[in-house]
Ligand binder design. Structure first.
Ligand code: G3I
Length: 364
């Protein structure tokens, strides 16, 4: 039974809301923020859903709902340095400007990643020295451009395989694990105020990949290089999402190292079309993710990887799956919306997210 660690009371929560409140209740629960990533209109246009923009934008703009945002694509290497030494910040600025204008906290994403990498980085035969220069120049320009604006940067993204070994990216192939130290060291020099994160998927339960993330944190700490956080992307599947206990345990294994943690890209997909059962599984999985973060000291916030189903990346990557977000195409909310809110209110009710006994509230 997938939702075994979710209390019946929370699953039943569905009272209609007078107003939008996710960020507001997240703050009351002791989190720094509850937010949503968003794409630049230039990226969204491809979905052909321009008519939905006004309603989408109005929901996004409500800071009681979303107090934080992340550019889904615009700060990635492909956009920011499409050719060597040619920098373009326009796509990323659409979201960072929006964050500044609306007073939302900005998480920045992502400096060194094997995917959505400009082709020139992948196709050149680099010497180690040249690739070091390329990494330093990229971080210097990109983190330098947004200096002072980012609460956090995802400095290195997805460096690990599922078994905890290093992913064979161009960076690893040429430089070995040294590229991670170089990226964090450079980011710390360029934007000393930003929290520097290692970010990856499938870090939401204990196991070899989580051990790999712990190894990265320790590697940097032992080298005297600043690392401030572990980002758990949390791209989950409703029918087999991690339990509350697994998430609490893994979060505590990161925060025990003296770094913070955050859910950075939360979405929970299911087979489409959804039905009552799959939507209940999804609700339970959202409750457990939210509840885990809200009660582990050092888990600072939750970011949805967009909130509106039609703007999702999922159908392109997982055909037959989708409806992973909290708003359906017609702008009604998923049952999971009320689950997230109930989990936040529950943590608020317990007054202090440090209260360990809160875990019991989520068990049936
Ligand atoms: O919208 C177009 C559609 O019109 C077109 O038919 C289709 C053809 O492939 O492409 C659609 O756009 C895709 C877009 O996702 C949809 O959201 C782009 O091709 C695709 O490149 C883009 O992918 C992005 C992906 O990173 C690339 O790996 C996603 O937007 C973005 O959400 C996703 O984000 C990543 C994080 O950065 C890191 N963690 C994993 C996460 C999900 O993959």
């Amino acid at each position: 039974m997938r939702v075994q660690s979710v209390s019946t009371a929370l699953l039943a929560a569905s009272a209609p809301l007078a107003s939008a409140q996710l960020h507001r209740y997240a703050k009351k629960a002791g989190l720094l923020y509850f937010g949503s990533a968003t794409d630049s209109p230039g990226q969204r246009e491809r979905a052909g859903l321009e008519a939905a923009y006004p309603q989408y934008d109005a929901i996004f703009a409500d800071n009681d709902q979303f107090g934080q945002t992340t550019p889904t694509n615009g700060q990635k290497w492909l956009f920011t340095e499409p050719e060597r030494g040619v920098f373009n910040f326009t796509e990323g600025e659409i979201t960072s400007d929006l964050a500044a204008k609306q007073g939302k906290l900005l998480r920045c994403h992502a400096l060194v990643w094997h995917s959505q990498l400009a082709p020139w980085v992948e196709t050149t035969e680099w010497t180690p020295e040249e690739l070091r220069e390329v990494i330093v120049e990229h971080i210097t320009q990109v983190a330098g451009h947004w200096k002072g604006q980012c609460y956090a940067w995802d400095v290195v993204n997805e460096a690990l395989n599922e078994d905890g070994t290093w992913r064979e990216s161009v960076f690893y192939t040429v430089l070995g694990e040294e590229y991670i130290n170089l990226a964090f060291k450079t980011a710390a020099e360029i934007d000393p105020e930003a929290k520097l994160y290692y970010n990856d998927y499938n870090l939401e339960w204990p196991g070899p990949k989580a051990d790999g993330a712990i190894r990265i944190v320790k590697m940097l700490q032992e080298a005297g290089i600043k690392i401030d956080g572990v980002g758990l992307q949390a791209h989950h599947v409703a029918s087999r999402a991690p339990t509350l206990d697994q998430q609490i345990a893994v979060l505590e294994s990161y925060t025990a190292l003296g770094v913070e943690a955050a859910y950075t890209e939360l979405d929970i997909r299911l087979d489409v079309p959804s039905n009552e059962t799959s939507l209940q599984w999804q609700k339970g999985a959202y409750i457990n993710a939210t509840g885990a973060c809200a009660q582990v000291e050092g888990c600072v916030g939750i970011t949805l990887w967009d909130f509106y189903d039609p703007f999702s990346w999922i159908p392109y990557v997982f055909p037959g799956e989708g409806e992973a977000h909290l708003w359906f195409a017609d702008f009604t909310v998923h049952p999971a919306y009320y689950g997230v809110l109930a989990a936040l209110k529950n943590a608020t009710g317990a007054c202090d997210k440090k209260v360990r006994g809160l875990a019991k509230l989520f068990r049936s």
